[in-house]
Design a protein around this ligand. Structure first.
Ligand code: SF4
Length: 374
């Protein structure tokens, strides 16, 4: 198994909370960027050393903003260059205001079989505050159009954990989402990311994060309501109808190799090497046009301790947990006292050769995992 991620860093405007690498869309720059991507694809075609990639994920930015012919062309190039014969999943991230029957048809022609739609909220006041460009009605309509176009694997995103979100509004958001009944739900707590507009508001005292008690209660309500609606939580922020978990995203937590193409994209060789493309569109394009792509890539070789910590950090994000047999035995012996303590407090459950964090403790999982790092 292996996955390909393509970063398409174009947006019409920036959302209040966002720190993903992206630029305001400009057709000329987009054309040069797509050519640069084609160069990077041809250059890194041997990345998987014989393994055929079986998932593609187009993320951003706003991939849905591209012309469908651009998506079709990119998909064809990926298939041909990586000799992909059998794709298990091809996801495209879409903003509700970009979704039209014509685009949906184009994405299907490209082979996209899974859409991840950024709804974020069903409350229009909150959408305006977040600087989202769509309304709640547009999000619902986008979902219905995608269904009519034949998409039977759709993920919807929601955000919680921001000032002003009442219990009632949050409960209503989850209820509206479950009424639509997408196959998959991703839900993230809003955080103040350096460089975002939200950070500027917070720094000037015009935004205050809600208390952890409120956020924890909203997370717990999400878990309860989604469970009742038939979803299974399989990761801290991800829920799915059983069998519809994201194959591509699961590869990140299972340390399966993936190749990230484009500015700011990450790659992992499945062993000990992670690399990162610089988050700068101009430098990325210049490097590809000048045939010096290495200039925009930094590499990190993981030590055995790093690898162990990463296995803990990624494996315990999953509700299925982490097989103890996958961990280095001498390092496992080193953390045994901490593991025994966390098991005694109920922060970790150890059974059938796996360790995992129980659902009711996932909200504080960072603190639990840290106690197990070397
Ligand atoms: S959240 Fe998505 S649409 Fe909004 S600025 Fe970030 S990448 Fe662009």
């Amino acid at each position: 198994m292996a996955g390909i991620y393509i970063h398409l860093p174009f947006c019409f405007s920036f959302c209040l909370y966002c720190d993903f690498y992206s630029e305001i869309d400009c057709r000329e720059q987009r054309r040069r960027y797509l050519n640069a991507l084609k160069f990077e694809i041809s250059e890194r075609v041997d990345y998987f050393a014989g393994v055929l990639p079986d998932t593609i994920y187009m993320g951003g930015g706003t991939p849905s903003l591209l012309d469908t012919e651009e998506i079709v062309e990119l998909a064809d190039i990926l298939r041909n260059r990586f000799k992909i014969t059998h794709l298990r999943e091809f996801t495209l991230e879409a903003n509700p205001d970009d979704v039209t029957p014509r685009k949906l048809d184009g994405w299907r022609r490209a082979g996209v079989d899974r859409l991840s739609i950024g709804v974020q909220s069903f409350c229009d006041d909150h959408l305006v505050w977040m600087r989202r460009r769509h309304t709640s009605a547009q999000a619902i309509n986008a979902f219905k159009m995608a269904r009519e176009a034949g998409f039977d694997n759709i993920s919807l995103d929601l955000i919680f954990g921001f000032e002003g979100l009442s219990d009632e509004q949050w409960s209503n958001n989850i209820a509206q989402l479950t009424d639509l009944f997408p196959e998959h739900v991703s839900c993230y707590q809003m955080s103040i990311e350096p460089g975002s507009e939200l950070a500027a508001l917070a720094n000037s005292g015009r935004y205050h994060e809600p208390s952890q008690e409120v956020c924890s209660a909203h997370y717990s309500l999400l878990q309860q309501m989604l469970k009742k609606a038939g979803y299974r939580q399989y990761e801290i922020s991800n829920f799915a109808i059983p069998g519809r978990e994201s194959i591509h995203n699961s590869s990140y937590w299972e340390r399966i190799p993936y190749l990230g193409l484009g500015a700011s994209a990450h790659s992992f060789d499945g062993h000990n090497c992670r690399c990162l493309n610089l988050a700068d569109m101009k430098d990325y394009i210049d490097a590809m046009e000048g045939n010096v792509s290495i200039a925009i890539r930094s590499e990190e070789i993981l030590s055995e301790d790093d690898k162990f910590n990463e296995q803990i950090m990624l494996g315990l994000r999953k509700t299925a947990g982490l097989p103890l047999s996958s961990l280095d035995s001498s390092r496992l012996a080193t953390i045994k006292p901490a593991l025994d303590y966390l098991t005694s407090t109920g922060d970790i459950i150890s059974e059938n050769g796996f360790i995992r964090i129980p659902a009711e403790k996932l909200f504080v999982s960072d603190g639990i995992m840290q106690q197990l790092f070397i």
